[in-house]
Write a protein that binds this ligand. Structure first.
Ligand SMILES: *Cc1c(COP(=O)(O)O)cnc(C)c1O
Length: 406
């Protein structure tokens, strides 16, 4: 019980209040099946994992290409750790930006067809840093209603006004932009920001239309491609590569390295000027320790594998098709997604948790995603597929789902 103070300290009244509030709050969340707790894994990310002592097939990892435990990437990591040690020791702007970080930034710029890129220690920090750096009071951030929490928080922390538009609804977005213009003719800085592949739904943003609209209204466009980077596009360059959208169409590209890339961290890619500006102003880049150099080196190796192992994307695609077809035959309704994220909408958190627990005892790991991660009454089983899976595993998943009353 971390909130209990040792008796001999006595208890100041305020603390006592807070303590009982916390206790009540925790009890309430438990009763609503909204309580969250850690599961402990004893294995690397892979198809079959040992978790909380049980052997399970993992269908809720973001390691879409099966690279988080790849021998060549591990070897790179070890080699770089021998050269650079473990900790980077300081922030990028002090003495923490190694040759490995520099090489990775250059590779990422080239890979995404952008002038430059900038590393962040996590995707959460990248989103917070960019939205803060690029806006001030009076500016407007237009955000898709279903954007990832890190974009929501980034907008909350920024001084700009945030307007959330209906999910993937370009008309709703344009109406808001026009209405805002009418109200205030002075607004000259606006950012439209959207997930590329929506993290809890698996559907894809209408990025081409967003790009046209952004140009029309002289707004920045920022796409968070956390779930498209690596899995989509001819060489895994992501959603924007797949849709042939360059730096001019989408000036701010953000992607994470902890999902399909299989390592950790994130980057922003864009113009030389944008990156220079972020280096001066993005607080979550400036005031934090650089990611370990060994992670940067391992990431570069992972990107080389992503480029050349087309079979990983092909295999993932064929497993997605197999799953969708199989679910259809079983009469299991899926959400409209063609990506590796294949959620089943359940509705009540209680039911979603019960199903997830039942599947766990049967050796299938799927997490129940509940509010506030998703909207009220839209709890779901977020199934993710990976190139680490095989057809037999997907068959097993389907047969277990088929026996479950959803
Ligand atoms: C996971 C995720 C992030 C956060 O990235 P981390 O590196 O895990 O902090 C940001 N945006 C989206 C859409 C994500 O899915």
């Amino acid at each position: 019980m971390p909130f209990l103070l040792p008796a001999f300290y006595g208890m100041i009244p305020q603390m006592k209040n807070k303590q009982s509030t916390i206790q009540n709050w925790l009890a309430e969340k438990k009763s609503q099946q909204l309580y969250r707790s850690h599961r402990i894994t004893e294995t690397p990310q892979q198809a079959r994992m040992k978790i909380d002592g049980q052997s399970v097939l993992n269908f809720c990892s973001n390691d879409y290409l099966g690279l988080a435990n790849h021998p060549d990437i591990i070897a790179s990591f070890k080699k770089a750790a021998d050269s650079f040690g473990v900790g980077s020791g300081s922030a990028h702007l002090i003495s923490g930006h190694s040759k490995a970080h520099q090489a990775l930034e250059e590779y990422l710029a080239d890979f995404t067809g952008r002038e430059r890129s900038l590393l962040f220690s996590t995707g959460y920090m990248a989103n917070i840093g960019v939205l803060n750096a690029l806006t001030e009071q009076g500016d407007i951030i237009y955000a898709d209603r279903l954007n990832h929490a890190s974009l929501v928080d980034g907008a909350l922390l920024a001084n700009a006004t945030t307007k959330r538009y209906q999910h993937n609804d370009i008309d709703s977005l344009e109406r808001q932009i026009v209405a805002q213009r009418k109200k205030n003719k002075q607004v000259d800085n606006q950012i439209i920001v959207s997930d590329g592949v929506f993290s809890m739904d698996g559907d894809i943003a209408h990025v081409k239309q967003l790009a046209i609209l952004a140009k029309k209204h002289h707004a920045w466009l920022m796409i968070d491609d956390a779930h498209g980077f690596g899995t989509l596009g001819k060489t895994g360059g992501g959603l924007l590569q797949q849709q042939h959208l360059d730096q001019d169409d989408v000036p701010i590209l953000m992607a994470t390295l902890g999902k399909a890339v299989g390592t950790s961290g994130a980057f922003i890619a864009g113009s030389e000027e944008l990156i220079e500006y972020l280096i001066q102003t993005a607080r979550s880049h400036i005031f934090t320790t650089a990611m370990p150099a060994a992670i940067a080196a391992a990431t570069l190796t992972s990107l080389e594998i992503i480029k050349k192992d087309q079979w990983r994307r092909d295999k993932l695609q064929s497993l997605i098709m197999q799953f969708k077809q199989g679910a259809k035959e079983l009469g299991i309704e899926l959400m409209p997604s063609d990506t590796a994220i294949q959620p089943i909408l359940v509705g009540s958190s209680k039911k979603a948790v019960a199903i997830s627990q039942q599947l766990f005892t049967q050796g299938i790991l799927i997490s129940a995603i509940r509010p506030p991660t998703v909207a009220k009454n839209t709890a779901r089983l977020r199934i993710t597929l990976s190139a680490n899976h095989n057809e037999k595993m997907v068959d097993e998943l389907l047969s277990k789902l088929g026996e479950t009353h959803i």
